[in-house]
Design a protein around this ligand. Sequence first.
Ligand code: NAD
Length: 286
Amino acid sequence: RGKRAFIAGVADDNGYGWAIAKALAAAGAEILVGTWVPALNIFETSLRRGKFDESRKLPNGSLMEISKIYPLDAVFDSPEDVPEDIKTNKRYAGSSNWTVKETAEVVKNDFGTIDILVHSLANGPEVSRPLLETSRKGYLAAISASSYSFVSLLQHFLPIMNPGGATLSLTYIASERTIPGYGGGMSSAKAALESDTRVLAFEAGRKASIRVNTISAGPLGSRAAKAIGFIDKMIDYSYANAPVQKELSADEVGNAAAFLVSPLASAVTGTVVYVDNGLHTMGIAI
Ligand code: NAD
């Protein structure tokens, strides 16, 4: 039987989530995605109208199929957590069952089990503010959307994951080296995500034979990255200073992800794997 993957954090064809979905589809997996509720409409419409057909092409010439798109807001665990203004917001009102707990329940009803869980989402409302100017609210929002969201997804999906399965998230080197401009507590959120990768690898490994890894990815001009504001500078910096001097494509991260969640990586868990043309190894820019 082919493997089934749930990929949280796909809302267009530019980001790492999309590239991971493609790499897993190319390897024969069935693809389910979780799309942030406010982005759902435009994503579904674009997909239906063929806007992504060019980028849906797999190496064998066929088009990636997404079996089902689930609305998801990973900052809410269950309906009791959703505040009134979100409930009544018209971008949310058209969808249902989008808290993490409900999403896992619907996936269970639809498909029974999954083998692969991918977390490719982050959000930090104050990302453009230095940490020294970040509010408590902004900092906690960054942690909630970017770190706890993975803990919550794993909590709720673990019971429907087949033993031997694997999970993966995406992190950034700002967790361990200072990257001015990656503010709002996002650097803190990535540090938490990486630490949680180790602890959750132990817990999910012992409890359910599930692996937990994270990819520390180099810079990509995704929608989220463009919102931060200095992504072009980071891409140029990486090109100029990384050991391998080439642009980093989302597909390279997708391929590494496919390896990490596959049986080829059956003994790899609790790790941060760099997919960044080697930039993390450099001590100075030359
Ligand atoms: P992206 O815009 O493709 O993906 C981010 C996704 O998160 C979007 O689809 C957005 O709708 C979704 N999202 C935001 N808040 C959400 C919520 N509360 N619930 C559900 N979904 C939510 O951008 P990307 O850069 O590909 O980001 C994917 C991951 O890669 C993130 O974890 C990011 O930090 C990480 N990453 C990106 C870079 C880069 O340079 N782009 C580098 C290293 C790591």
